[in-house]
Design a protein around this ligand. Structure first.
Ligand code: UDP
Ligand code: MG
Length: 174
């Protein structure tokens, strides 16, 4: 990657096991060392629809149902049915975050990586690997657009358009 490499955005999720194991601070510290900047963050209770859309590339795998339950946090109890979703941006960001994360299978991941340090394989065979990181420019764009609206990022990293909607019901503070 050249010194003039374009700034890449990437989606990072601290998965429910990462939250349950109190790894958020540790993960943010590792991300800070890469000198990327954060452009968006929120805590999300993951709907089945969002989970299935996020992992659509795996929908034919035998572990897909368990994977959807995992990312929804179904197996950890009500307090952990959530993920921390973040968008970071920087030079070569996708590779940098994948490197910090480690290999998909926690048993094969470098032992100093997040997945190698803190991941496990469940008795049902799912890789409970603490963190999600986009794996290509195309995946990052698809995933960021799936998880975030333009206004939830500090600046629009992809082209936007304005639409006028009528009769939108919105909850406001009482
Ligand atoms: N996964 C799994 N078993 C597999 C492959 C994937 O449990 O054999 C889970 C794992 O949690 C992984 C997620 O499905 O992080 C998405 O899989 P992908 O191949 O996209 O790996 P990633 O991009 O997360 O490294
Ligand atoms: Mg992937």
């Amino acid at each position: 990657m050249s010194a003039t490499a374009a700034l890449q955005p990437t989606l990072i999720l601290v998965k429910p096991d990462g939250l349950k194991k109190s790894l958020t601070g540790n993960i943010l510290t590792k991300l800070a060392e890469t000198r990327m900047i954060i452009v968006g963050a929120k805590v999300v209770q993951v709907s089945r629809e969002l989970a299935e859309a996020h992992y659509t590339h795996l929908k034919d795998k035998p572990f897909f149902g368990e994977l959807v339950r995992y990312i929804q946090g179904e197996i950890y109890g009500a307090d952990y049915r959530r993920v921390l979703a973040m968008v970071y941006r920087g030079e070569d960001a996708i590779r940098k975050v994948r490197d910090i994360s480690g290999a998909t299978n926690p048993e094969e991941a470098d032992s100093t990586s997040i997945r190698g340090s803190y991941g496990r394989i469940t008795t049902k065979g799912v890789y409970e690997n603490v963190i999600h990181a986009s794996s290509s420019v195309e995946d990052a764009e698809r995933e960021i657009k799936l998880w975030f609206k333009p206004d939830e990022l500090v600046f629009p990293i992809y082209p936007t358009k304005t639409v006028i909607r009528e009769k939108i019901t919105e909850k406001v503070w009482a």
